[in-house]
Design a protein around this ligand. Structure first.
Ligand code: UD1
Ligand code: CA
Length: 453
C-alpha cells in the first residue's frame, strides 16, 4: 500500500469556547481533544503526522510533547484549503493524505480505515446523513449517484440546502494531485475562504475517482465549537465507556453516573456505586467494591478491598481485603498493605501502612512508616512538619497509640510500644512498654463555680 500521511487541522480559534485555553486542548474523557485525534491518527500507522496549528500555538505544542509530530503554523486562518496548503512542503509527492480535524475527537479508527480503503488511488470523503444538515457542506451527487462537488452551507441554493448528506470534513487525497489542486483553490465564495472542499470538483474535472464512506454513528463526526457541544460529546463518550464496562462484567449502579477520565482496568465482580470519578490509570482487582461518590486518580486497589462512600484516593496503592472510608483520603505516596483499615476523616500521605493495621478515626498520618497490626487511636496525628522541613515517623509492629496523641517527628515507636491517650511523643517510645507524656490529672478541693454578680 502507498504511504499514508495524516494532517490534523487545528488552527481554528475556538472563539465560542470563551476560554483562554486553545480549543483543541479542552479535555474530553480527561484527554485533550487534539491528543485524542492524534491517538486515533497514530492507530493508522501513518508515515508522517502533521498538525497545523494557529492560535495559542506555543501552548498547544507544549501540551503535546510528541517528538514525532511535524508542527506547521498557519498564522492566518484563511480556510481549510489554505491550512492544508501550509502543510504541503512536509508532504511527499506520492501516497495518500488523510485530513482530520483537531476538534472532532471521537472518530473511530475503523471508520478512517474504511475511508482510506474507499479512496484507493483517488479521493474519498467521509460523509453522514443528518435530519438537520444546516451549517455543513452538502454532498452534491449526479443522477447516477457519483459525487460531483461539496457546496458549503452558506453557498447553497435553496435546492442544494435541502440535501441531507453532509461533509464531515475528513477526507483522503492522492498526494500526486495536491500541489495542483491546492494551487487552484480560490476564495471567491460566501465566506471569502480557501475551501478544501473545492478539491472534489477539481478531482471530478481531472477524471480522478471520488468516493465516499460514511460514519457508523453521527457522534464520530461531531466537532466541538462551544461548551455545549463539548459537554454533549463528553456524555456520549462516558456512556460508551460505561457500556463497555457493563459488557465486561463490571456492576455499575447507574451507567449514567460514572465518569472515567483515563483508563479503568478491572478484575472480575467489581462493583461501582453511583457518582464515582476515575482519573488517570486506575486498576481494581477482583471483587473490589467502590461506594458512592468516590474519586480515584492513579490508584491501584487489590482484590477484595472495599472503598466506602465519599473517599478520595490519589496516587495511592491499596492492598487486598482493605476497608477504606467512608470519608477517607489517601494522598500521593500512601501505600497500604493487605487487610488494613482506614476509617472516616483519616488522611494518609506518603506513608506505608503495614498489613492488618488500623487507622480508623480522624487521624493524619504523613511521612510515616507503620508496621503490622498497628492501631492508631482516634484523633492521633503525626506532626511531620515544622513549618520548613518534613520529618519521618517510624512505628513498629503491634504498636498501640492511644487516642488524641501527637507524634512529633522525627520519632520512633518501637515494636509493641503502647502510647497512653493524649500523649505528645517526641522521643523514642521503647518496645513493649507503656509510654505516657501528659500532665497528671488534678482535682482542686473546695473549688466552686463562679456565680453571677
Ligand atoms: C468545514 C467544511 C464543511 C464541513 C464541516 C464539518 C470546508 C470549507 N468546509 O466547515 O464542508 O461540513 O467542516 O464540520 O472545509 N481550520 C484551520 N485553518 C483554517 C480554517 C479551519 O486549521 O483556516 C480547521 C479548524 O480548526 C477546524 C477545521 O479546520 O478544526 C474545520 O474548520 P471549521 O471552520 O470548523 O469548518 P466549517 O466552516 O465548519
Ligand atoms: Ca469556517
Amino acid at each position: 500500500m502507498d504511504s499514508l500521511s495524516i494532517v490534523i487541522l487545528a488552527a481554528g480559534q475556538g472563539k465560542r469556547m470563551y476560554s483562554s485555553l486553545p480549543k483543541v486542548l479542552h479535555p474530553i474523557g480527561g484527554q485533550a481533544m487534539l491528543s485524542r485525534v492524534i491517538r486515533t491518527a497514530r492507530s493508522l500507522k501513518p508515515q508522517r503526522l502533521i498538525v497545523v496549528y494557529g492560535h495559542g500555538g506555543e501552548q498547544v505544542r507544549q501540551a503535546i510533547p510528541d517528538p514525532d509530530i511535524l508542527w506547521v503554523q498557519q498564522s492566518q486562518q484563511l480556510g481549510t484549503g489554505h491550512a492544508l496548503k501550509m502543510a504541503l512542503p512536509q508532504l511527499p509527492t506520492t501516497g495518500q493524505t488523510l485530513v482530520l480535524y483537531g476538534d472532532v475527537p471521537l472518530t473511530l479508527s475503523d471508520t478512517l480505515q474504511r475511508l482510506i480503503a474507499a479512496a484507493a488511488d483517488g479521493v474519498a470523503v467521509l460523509t453522514d446523513t443528518l435530519e438537520n444538515a444546516s451549517g455543513y457542506g452538502r454532498m452534491l451527487r449526479s443522477a447516477d449517484g457519483k459525487l460531483q462537488a461539496i457546496i458549503e452551507d452558506k453557498d447553497c441554493t435553496p435546492v442544494q440546502r435541502a440535501i441531507r448528506e453532509i461533509n464531515t470534513g475528513m477526507l483522503v487525497l492522492p498526494n500526486i494531485q495536491l500541489n495542483r489542486w491546492l494551487a487552484a483553490l480560490n476564495n471567491s465564495n460566501a465566506q471569502g475562504e480557501y475551501y478544501l472542499t473545492d478539491v472534489v470538483a477539481l478531482a471530478v474535472a481531472a477524471g480522478v475517482s471520488v468516493n465516499s464512506a460514511s460514519v457508523s454513528a453521527s457522534w464520530e463526526a461531531v466537532g466541538v465549537n462551544n461548551k455545549r457541544q463539548l459537554a454533549e460529546l463528553e456524555r456520549i463518550l462516558q456512556s460508551q465507556q460505561a457500556q463497555a464496562l457493563l459488557d465486561a462484567g463490571v456492576t455499575l449502579a447507574d451507567p449514567a453516573r460514572i465518569d472515567i477520565r483515563g483508563t479503568l482496568q478491572h478484575g472480575m465482580d467489581v462493583a461501582i456505586d453511583v457518582n464515582c470519578v476515575f482519573e488517570g490509570v486506575v486498576e481494581l482487582g477482583d471483587q473490589v467494591s467502590i461506594g458512592p461518590n468516590c474519586v480515584l486518580k492513579n490508584v491501584k486497589v487489590a482484590a477484595g478491598s472495599q472503598i466506602a462512600a465519599f473517599s478520595h484516593l490519589e496516587n495511592a496503592v491499596v492492598g487486598s481485603d482493605c476497608r477504606i472510608g467512608p470519608y477517607a483520603r489517601l494522598r500521593p505516596g500512601a501505600e497500604l498493605a493487605d487487610h488494613t483499615h482506614i476509617g472516616n476523616f483519616v488522611e494518609i500521605k506518603n506513608s506505608r501502612i503495614g498489613s492488618g493495621s488500623k487507622v480508623n478515626h480522624l487521624s493524619y498520618i504523613g511521612d510515616a512508616e507503620l508496621g503490622r497490626q498497628v492501631n492508631i487511636g482516634a484523633g492521633s496525628i503525626t506532626c511531620n512538619y515544622d513549618g520548613v522541613n518534613k520529618f519521618k515517623t517510624v512505628i513498629g509492629d503491634q504498636v498501640f497509640v492511644g487516642s488524641g496523641s501527637m507524634l512529633v517527628a522525627p520519632v520512633i515507636l518501637e515494636n509493641g510500644a503502647t502510647i497512653g491517650a493524649g500523649s505528645v511523643i517526641n522521643q523514642t517510645a521503647p518496645a513493649g512498654q507503656l509510654t505516657l507524656a501528659r500532665v497528671r490529672q488534678v482535682t482542686l478541693a473546695g473549688w466552686r463555680r463562679p456565680v453571677k454578680k
